[in-house]
Design a protein around this ligand. Structure first.
Ligand code: SF4
Length: 370
């Protein structure tokens, strides 16, 4: 049915999304591939879309889908959670974060339980702009913004920090736990543990960084990869293209999501990121420290660096006992291999971040039946 105000081109795209005959044809073609292949969907949004649409159950058994490190909440290591708790527990500090982050377990507490038991001042935000508004209205408080996310989310935080600088806001600080996707792909491929034949690459991250950002990775590893959108028909086409490349021995980067992702990406967003941040080494849950996979504030924005400018304690950290989140993020285990899955660890009482986040692999298995 035509929606009001929709152009012919957009309506055609919407009609194609709803035309199940296209998905059925793609599934039939995918079923013709007989080789055993393992394909990693790097991004948590794809993991959830694959479960929700039933694609996981419609694929032939020789196509094994493995979830990767593309859930920002999941890859944020315990040490960053402890830093956030340490800051939020300081007198006169208010910490702003996205809703999923308050439930991620630190050593003994989450941000949510630290608020209830220890008086930590934690506010859930829907947009980081809320932290700036709060800082401008509460000049006597120290406001800390917990920065978690990939290249898709980072430009929004850059806008906030740039605006804070322009408005001469002195009481807003950023705790940067951002992560970059291409260095993580490099780390995954350099690991001998992982046996992956091809990658479904995240469409939304790629909209910012463009196809170009994957060129060094492709030159180094020459592994089939497809930048893929999030509609079921997009994902099926991505899998079909990957299965075809794997079968024929082609080792290319293909872009299934051309309606959104260009070769050069969103250059305005990239310029914004490059003006506010510099790449730095960063620790990932499960993957360890990866060179140049995080972002620290550039010299022009150092006045907003929470870690450098606010004193707070960070205890030695240990990951939750028995939790396999690290291996799940690396794609070497599945949630059903974790002894805690569904018994001790549930969305109501999560032990690890992969059960907390709406994009976490354990939460997706739990909700949609793994
Ligand atoms: S089921 Fe829970 S404890 Fe096990 S890996 Fe997943 S989040 Fe960690």
């Amino acid at each position: 049915m035509r929606q009001s105000g929709t152009s012919d081109r957009l309506q055609k795209i919407l009609d194609n999304f709803n035309d199940t005959s296209i998905s059925k044809k793609l599934l039939e073609k995918i079923n013709l591939f007989k080789k055993n292949v393992s394909i990693m969907e790097v991004c948590g949004t794809h993991t959830v879309a694959i479960f929700r649409s039933g694609i996981r159950y419609g694929l032939p058994k020789n196509i094994n889908l493995v979830s990767g490190p593309g859930c920002p909440v999941c890859v944020t290591p315990t040490v960053e959670i402890e830093k956030a708790i340490g800051l939020a527990c300081k007198k006169n500090v208010t910490l702003f974060c996205f809703g999923d982050m308050v439930k991620v377990p630190g050593i003994n507490e989450t941000l949510e339980t630290a608020k209830a038991k220890m008086g930590a001042n934690v506010k859930i935000m829907y947009s980081p702009m809320e932290a700036l508004d709060y800082a401008e209205s509460n000049k006597k408080e120290v406001v800390v913004l917990l920065g978690v996310g990939f290249e898709t989310t980072i430009p929004l935080f850059c806008s906030v920090i740039t605006r804070a600088k322009n408005n001469k806001v002195k009481n807003l600080f950023l705790l940067s736990a951002f992560k970059l996707v291409p260095p993580a792909l490099d780390a995954l491929c350099s690991s001998k543990e992982l046996k992956i034949d091809g990658f479904i690459l995240p469409g939304h991250v790629s909209a910012i960084i463009g196809e170009e950002a994957y060129v060094p990775f492709m030159e180094k590893y020459r592994i089939p990869a497809v930048i893929t959108g999030f509609e079921p028909v997009d994902i099926l086409e991505g899998i079909y293209l990957l299965a075809g490349m794997i079968s024929s021995g082609e080792r290319l980067l293909k872009n299934q999501y051309k309606r959104v992702v260009s070769f050069e990406g969103n250059q305005k967003a990239q310029a914004l990121i490059n003006s506010v941040f510099r790449p730095c080494d960063s620790e990932w849950r499960g993957l360890g420290t990866i060179k140049n996979s995080g972002l620290s504030l550039s010299d022009d924005f150092k006045a907003f660096d929470a870690e450098a400018l606010i004193d707070f304690d960070v205890p030695d950290v240990k990951d939750p006992k028995g939790c396999l989140c690290g291996d799940i993020i690396k794609g070497v285990r599945k949630p059903i291999e974790c002894k805690l899955y569904k018994k001790v660890c549930t969305p109501e009482s999560p032990v690890g971040p992969c059960m907390v986040s709406s994009e976490g692999t354990c939460a997706a298995y739990y909700k949609y039946g793994g």
